[in-house]
Design a protein around this ligand. Sequence first.
Ligand code: PXL
Length: 286
Amino acid sequence: MKRILCVQDISCLGRCSQTIALPVLSAMGMEVTVLPTAVLSTHTGFPNPAVRDLSDLIVPAAEHWKREGVRFDVIYTGYLGSAEVVDAVQEAIRLLRGTDTRMFVDPVMGDHGRLYARLDADYVRLNAAFCGQADVIVPNLTEACLLTGTAYREEWTETELRELLRRLSSLGPGETVLTGVSLSAGRTGVLGYRRGGGTYFACQSRRIPAAFHGTGDLFASVALGALVRGLPDEKAFQLAADYTALTIARTVGDGTEERFGVNFEETLPELLRMLQTELKQQKDAV
Ligand code: PXL
């Protein structure tokens, strides 16, 4: 079984970050070590959450795991929330990253063209350097624009998106996957770029017009889980796009408030069926 170190906050209410990543990755069949970077009463989409910063836990926890000889197959980072946390996480990665440890970075910073509350330009700069060390990064369009100093807009041609991908790629990650991009009307998904081969890939699914908190975290966790289970990029990101669309549609149908996040608990059985189908197809193909 693969062991994933999952580094992000615990938002107690409003499903996102660890409260999505842990159940999703566990259900998809991997061992998860959680490193909470902060505990918040809610995500920052609610006004005035109570916050406990845990930046001083990060390096001692990493030193402890190192003393115990623990190795991680993947280090997965999401919302980090402060410059102190980013610095500490970088030190933890220096201690824990082996030659075969993959680093999957979701540079969670904003959405709909705006930085999340509590984050600033300094934080963006630190994240750009951090992304340079990753094997895979999965920014949304807002984050991609912030990371590259590009003016945000809603409408992009595929040629413009490819240019944005190359700019992101020059930060240094092995693979850059832009999320939440639409390549045709009524569809949304990803456009990816592999630096090694200079190749692009696209995965699109139906676009559900709703803006629930935590959908980016759900998408990233599912894509990572599928990659770790051995699906190729195109299949892993397609699965994540299809499953996220399904879950948003179900949540809209339930009438859930956007700030409470998506009802992924209802659709996890479907995720596992979709994953098994893909794994079986892959096995039958060889
Ligand atoms: O879903 C991203 C996220 C994660 N963690 C915290 C957040 C947000 C988005 O607002 O505030 C604390």
